[in-house]
Design a protein. Structure first.
Lengths: 72, 195
């Protein structure tokens, strides 16, 4: 259980850092940010960052839940 | 016509205005999407196998932990590469063409060609997929550079080609006008003579 918790904590921290770096870059330089609005007509960077955050937290919850249910 | 005067980028010069900019074509994301589908299928199969192992021995627990680590690594790699796609852009300004190759952690390159240095531009669009989805390669040749600037997987290459040519023509015209202004001398009666 300790290993699962450690992996997921590092994973969430990495996701926070990546999101922060991306948001900082986008706030500083307006150029790429405006382009996102056009990708496939609907994909915006904030949606992608939201999906990223949800996936990371979801993976942590899923692996912890599965491990707790079947291996503890 | 789109107004790009409010848009900015890293390394922008004084009086420099963005004329056109573009990411690579979305087709470059296709391998990532295929990878995503395959990875989710493999992970689901592995999880169902591990859960189905009788009595759940110790090794199954460690395989699950290792799988969690690998999945987390892959997930971050997937999203980082997807985000990096958006940071790789090509910009045409009223002075130059910039190829910005940036990633969040590892890379921050800029390849620049001044508009007046451009000798030749080649548009290469080969194959069914390339013509169907309208993307291609652009090669910008300059006499001062050993290797040309190659822009791979550019969406709507025809438009890009036209924008570079128009910007180059405008830039050369403005330079000529500036030169003419500095070499002319105007007398008090309004008569202009060439020095």
């Amino acid at each position: 259980m300790t290993w699962i918790m450690a992996i997921n904590t590092v994973s969430i921290l990495f996701a926070v850092m990546t999101t922060w770096l991306m948001v900082r870059y986008l706030r500083k330089y307006k150029l790429p940010h405006t382009y996102y609005k056009r990708l496939f007509g609907f994909v915006r960077i904030r949606y992608l960052l939201g999906i990223y955050a949800l996936s990371t937290v979801g993976l942590a919850a899923l692996t912890t839940g599965l491990f707790y249910t079947f291996f503890v | 016509m789109e107004d790009n005067s409010n848009k900015h980028f890293k390394g922008q010069q004084r009086d420099e205005e963005v004329v056109y900019y573009s990411c690579k074509h979305w087709i470059t994301l296709a391998p990532l999407m295929i990878e995503f589908v395959l990875a989710v299928a493999i992970l689901a199969a592995l999880v169902s196998f591990l859960i189905g192992v009788e009595n759940r021995p110790e090794w199954a627990r460690w395989v699950f932990v290792a799988m969690t680590g690998v999945t987390a690594l892959w997930l971050h790699s997937f999203f980082t590469r997807t985000l990096n796609y958006f940071l790789d852009i090509v910009i045409i300004t009223n002075f130059r063409v910039l190829k910005v190759e940036k990633s969040l952690y590892l890379k921050d390159d800029q390849n620049i060609v001044d508009l007046h240095e451009i000798q030749d531009i080649k548009k290469i669009q080969h194959g069914i997929i390339s013509n169907l989805f309208d993307y291609g390669k652009l090669v910008i040749v300059t006499p001062t550079m050993i290797e040309p600037m190659i822009l791979e997987n550019m969406p709507d290459p025809e438009r890009f080609f036209r924008k570079v040519n128009n910007s180059k023509r405008d830039y050369i015209y403005q330079r000529q006008q500036r030169k003419l202004k500095t070499s002319n001398y105007e007398y008090a009666d309004g008569q202009v003579v060439n020095q």
